[in-house]
Design a binder for this molecule. Structure first.
Ligand code: FES
Length: 248
């Protein structure tokens, strides 16, 4: 019996030769245990070495293989061909980002946004190592743990209609990461992060569509993080009105 095949329509853009982006069609062997990334690697290895894309771990950890697969942001290493076979599969770069080349997007805006929320523990007073560890109870860890599971795959930005319309929006992953540190008992940096979070381009741009949470492969809930941050910011405002002398 001949080896069954599946068609992949892949977005191509090589700025040095293409005036406009387009699609290229490849026929690859179909195997039930292959993910989309396996098919793309097959193309790269045997059919067309000029195809550019990112990947690293092939196990849903590094977050580098995000692509639009039939219009939905997914990790290509965690999306099986059998979900689509025998229909063709359309593979494009993550939506809402500029394209560097083929399936490779430009990361600069995302990296700048991640950095802007100061994603590190800002203690009230730095402690010498000799003074011992910063200890936490399991309950203190549980407050922020799910927000620390983000793998920075940017699927949430590709799914977010607000980011698509307003690229200045800080976006789901950066806000979830800010919340991860704001909820950490060892951290005292919330007021510094509020300068970025509590702005129009920060939490208030979110219209609670919730697609960020739906597409997250790590089961983080960025939409929930944004609502938590909105509530905390609104309470800051109420406290500031009722007790102006006790402002944080
Ligand atoms: S290759 Fe690392 S998450 Fe897919």
């Amino acid at each position: 019996m001949p080896q069954p095949t599946i068609t992949l329509n892949i977005f191509r853009y090589r700025p040095e030769q293409d005036q406009e982006p387009g699609f290229q069609t490849y026929e690859v062997p179909y195997r039930r245990d292959w993910v989309v990334l396996d098919a793309i690697n097959y193309i790269k290895d045997t059919l067309d070495g000029s195809l550019s894309y990112r990947w690293s771990c092939r196990m849903g950890i590094c977050g580098s293989c995000g692509m639009m697969i039939n219009g939905v942001p997914k990790l290509s290493c965690a999306t099986f061909l059998k979900e689509y076979y025998p229909a063709p599969v359309r593979v494009e770069p993550l939506a809402n980002f500029p394209v560097e080349r083929d399936l490779v997007i430009v990361l600069d805006d995302f990296m700048q946004k991640l950095t802007s929320i100061k994603p590190w523990i800002i203690p009230k007073e730095a402690k010498l190592l000799s003074a011992g560890e910063y200890r936490q109870t399991p309950a203190e860890l549980a407050r922020y743990k799910q927000f620390s599971m983000c793998i920075n795959c940017m699927l949430c930005y590709a799914a977010c209609p607000v980011y698509g319309l307003e690229p200045r929006f800080l976006g789901p992953a950066a806000i979830a990461l800010a919340q991860r540190y704001n909820l950490d008992s060892r951290d005292q940096g919330r007021s510094q992060r509020q300068e970025v979070l509590a702005t129009e381009e920060g939490i208030w741009d979110c219209t609670l569509v919730g697609e960020c949470t739906t597409v997250c492969p790590a089961h983080v809930d960025p939409a929930g993080a944004i609502q938590q941050a909105k509530l905390a910011t609104a309470l800051d405002w109420v406290k500031g009105v009722l007790m102006p002398w006790g402002k944080r």
